[in-house]
Design a protein around this ligand. Structure first.
Ligand code: AMP
Length: 307
């Protein structure tokens, strides 16, 4: 089943307690595409890059079944640039620089060949652009999943609230859920987000796992306890790619299958953090992914006799 992925393709400069990178390839849609392409093809990417984005990266993505007809290349502008510094706990970070560059006037045109896609993953991006993609699709996808971040809550809240009315699942981290609702309790925050439009909500809690809510139920998945977390950049997008990739592969959008999708997303995210940027996502094989999902099963599987 086809999956449209929308988001940034970018350069990132990252500082963690373990090291520092100069500009490396990142961006929400890049991570989503690397993760999801392990499960479903084609991935139909919608993004924008400047003259400086490496051709080899585009070729690598293509070789993984990622279609780039919806990726605009602007010949006289630079790609989106983001720079961040992680705190010692590796769960929180400060954004140092957000240079929109090509993103400042991004007005995507959805190629005809993308029409009819059943799944839409709106990666972290300008909310008005996320909305424009939904509006351009002649047939509403069966499932629309959306990611966002605090930056857009600060600079484009009304647009963000509008997109929320049109999506099925929102993905945010715990701090963002609190910021969006003004509620400290994540259960209360979930209740209020589920009244803003989405039918399901996923709250990511970094090394403490993720929660899936619908109006009646909640499910929790842990993150894999890793000896070393090297660079968490892109973990949220990689989680999203694994999550939606599993749903698109199976075609099953029930709450039960979303539980499995969360485990797949968590497994993919656990690879992402092992090396800088998307390096680890380029290396892993199907066997690595299967072994990691088995580790998750072993981690949470127990039997108990009820009294
Ligand atoms: P994550 O660590 O999952 O939140 O994703 C980090 C990625 O998001 C980086 O590769 C950045 O290029 C990208 N990014 C950072 N800020 C933004 C933004 N405001 N909008 C879209 N993408 C962003």
């Amino acid at each position: 089943m086809s999956l449209i992925t929308v988001g940034t393709m970018a350069f990132d400069a990252i500082e963690t307690p373990f090291g520092k990178t100069d500009k490396i390839v990142g961006g929400s849609a890049t991570y989503v595409a690397y993760a999801a392409s392990n499960f479903v093809k084609p991935i139909q990417q919608v993004s924008i890059v400047g003259y400086d984005f490496p051709v080899e990266e585009l070729e690598e993505l293509k070789s993984r079944g990622v279609q780039l007809d919806g990726v605009e290349i602007v010949p006289d502008k630079k790609s989106f640039f983001w720079s961040g510094r992680y705190h010692a706990d590796m769960n929180s970070r400060d954004t140092l620089v957000t240079d929109l560059n090509v993103l400042a006037d991004f007005n995507p045109q959805i190629p005809d060949s993308y029409q009819g896609a059943e799944f839409l993953m709106l990666g972290n991006l300008v909310p008005a652009v996320q909305l424009s993609v939904i509006r351009q699709l002649k047939q509403r996808p069966r499932l629309i999943v959306m990611d966002t971040m605090n930056f857009w809550m600060e600079v484009a809240l009304p647009d963000l609230e509008e997109v929320l009315k049109h999506v099925d699942i929102l993905l945010v981290n715990d701090a963002e859920a609190r910021q969006l609702t003004g509620q400290f309790s994540l259960v209360k925050a979930a209740k209020s987000i589920l009244q803003m439009g989405p039918k399901y909500l996923i709250i990511k809690k970094g090394e403490h796992g993720a929660l899936l809510f619908d109006k009646d139920s909640v499910f929790f998945a842990p993150a894999l306890p890793l000896e070393d977390v090297f660079d968490p950049t892109g973990a949220g997008d990689t989680f999203a790619g694994g999550f939606v990739g599993h749903l698109a592969k199976t075609g099953d959008i029930s709450f039960e299958n979303m539980k499995r999708a969360i485990i797949v997303g968590s497994a993919m995210a656990s690879f992402c953090v092992e090396k800088f940027g998307a390096t680890r996502l380029r290396e892993i094989t199907k066997t690595d992914i299967e072994a990691r999902i088995q580790q998750f099963k072993d981690l949470v599987n127990f039997e108990i006799e009820l009294l």
